[in-house]
Design a protein around this ligand. Structure first.
Ligand code: NDP
Length: 448
């Protein structure tokens, strides 16, 4: 980094958290975004704004003890990182996956804080989860784990403190078990303490679809402003086949795009005729099976082992929606060679820094995750609003609000990229737009 203050802050992160590669990656990307403006803000160094911004307010780790179907006691580790509450209570999802560790949760919490700053809604940032692996667990084991997890976490959350939601491995089933257990412990129906709830007990219409739909609303704006085109007739690849990927693919199709490939953590399916989304939904959401079943049941489709090779297939629009760092320099080169005109990050940090540099150098606009996938948390905030006023809005009302929020996020990121002299660099624009807002609130609230 050229600026000495930025470099000092980064060196401090490396020294303090030596074994946290994902965390280093997001901090580096963020600090590099400030190169063009840091000299105009001497008050940041004086007030230790960057040092405070990168250090979470609070980190909680805890033991989760539960009993499996064989009667054996199992122990997992739970986390909640409450990052920053300058503009609202902490808000962010819970991830249940064996790869979860403190580095992953801190990177997700840091990104969440910047994401929430972009939404125009009053939300701070946080994230949590566990190294519990839901794969292969029975329904009863999932319920017992969720109950054990929330039995510890409940004392740290609340509608005015910290509001968790879903993420990888946590969908409405898990949120339901956690909500039920929390109600049992506290004897209070505080709907706005967890979002992503089922519709019969305080959930919002569109929340299930929101992240995926929001990705497409953002990409629509990006295509219009930066490529002079839209989804109609474009070949699209959506990686993953979870909550985000499925509803992203649904909206791509509604907007006239053709999704030709999707994946899971084992491999990918290629269907040149266009993916049959009802079949994907049946396999992944109903049967909870592997994506390779698709190729067995759909004529003309092929399955290939190894999810990263999905980028061997050419596409015009790339929407990585599975997990972090799924696109590195090798995949980025394939995406460029395949004639891609735009990439929008649906998952959190799916592209490495090197991948983004290569895409930018090839003139391909990149929508950064914190802007592109903010539709999920935005609709969670709309869920909280409905819980507070004890009313339910229609699908169309929520969808319209979501659409407006995503347009606003694109404009904020694009305008900030112009203001800092890097027009069209939405990675920089999103970081700057959000950080300036949160930093202003931090300065106004004094040294806390
Ligand atoms: P899900 O658990 O519903 O789905 C994750 C999908 O990604 C699954 O298809 C999974 O495959 C696949 N996957 C996991 N690891 C890999 C890998 N290494 N390579 C390829 N595929 C992989 O999670 P979500 O859809 O909720 O989340 C996906 C991403 O979107 C995450 O980065 C999450 O943080 C982000 N996000 C989610 C939001 C939400 O509202 N849910 C909001 C904003 C961001 P398999 O079936 O084999 O496990």
């Amino acid at each position: 980094m050229k600026n000495a203050y930025l470099q000092r802050v980064y060196d401090q992160v490396l020294a303090r958290d030596p074994d946290a590669p994902e965390f280093h990656q997001c901090i580096r990307e963020f600090l590099e975004s400030l190169e063009n403006i840091v000299d105009d803000h001497p008050e940041w160094e004086k007030n230790g704004i960057l040092e405070r911004f990168i250090e979470p307010d609070r980190t909680v780790t805890f033991r989760v003890t539960w009993v499996d179907d064989a009667g054996k006691v199992q122990v997992n580790r739970g986390y909640r990182v409450q990052y920053n509450s300058a503009i609202g209570p902490y808000k962010g999802g819970l991830r249940f996956h064996p790869s979860v560790n403190l580095s992953v949760i801190k990177f997700l919490g840091f990104e969440m804080n910047l994401k929430n700053g972009l939404t125009t809604l009053p939300l701070g940032g946080g994230k949590g989860g566990s190294d519990f692996d839901p794969k292969g667990k029975s329904e009863a084991e999932i319920m017992r784990f969720c109950q054990a997890f929330i039995t510890e976490l409940y004392r740290h959350i609340g509608q005015f403190t910290d509001i968790p939601a879903g993420d990888i491995g946590v969908g409405s089933r898990e949120i339901g078990y956690m909500f039920g257990q929390m109600k049992r412990i506290t004897n209070r129906f505080e709907a706005a303490t967890l979002t992503g709830k089922g519709l019969t007990y305080g959930g919002s219409l569109v929340r299930t679809e929101a992240t995926g739909y929001g990705i497409c609303y953002f990409t629509q704006e990006m295509l219009k402003k930066m490529c002079g085109t839209d989804f109609a007739g474009k070949t699209v690849i959506v990686t993953g086949s979870g909550n985000v990927a499925i509803f992203c693919a649904e909206k791509v199709m509604q907007l006239g795009g053709k999704v030709v490939a999707m994946s899971d953590s084992n491999g990918y399916v290629y269907d040149p005729a266009g993916i049959d989304l009802d079949l994907i939904k049946d396999i992944k959401l109903v049967r909870r099976a592997r994506i390779k079943e698709y190729a067995k049941e759909k004529d003309g489709a092929v399955y290939k082992e190894g999810c990263r090779n999905i980028w061997d297939i050419p596409c015009q629009i790339a929407l990585p929606c599975a997990t972090q760092n799924e696109v590195d320099a090798t995949e980025a080169k394939k995406i460029i060679a395949g004639g891609c005109i735009a990439l929008a990050e649906g998952a959190n940090m799916p592209c490495t820094i090197e991948a983004v540099e290569l895409l930018h150098a090839a003139g391909i606009p990149v929508g950064p995750a914190k802007a592109v996938n903010a539709g999920g948390v935005s609709t969670s905030a709309l869920e909280m609003s409905q819980n507070s006023i004890r009313m339910n809005w229609s699908f169309e009302e929520v969808d319209e609000k979501l659409h407006g929020i995503m347009k606003g996020i694109f404009e904020a990121a694009y305008d900030a990229s112009v203001a800092v002299g890097q027009p069209g660099n939405l990675v920089v624009g999103a970081n700057v737009a959000s950080f300036l807002k949160i930093a202003d609130a931090m300065v106004a609230q004094g040294i806390v």
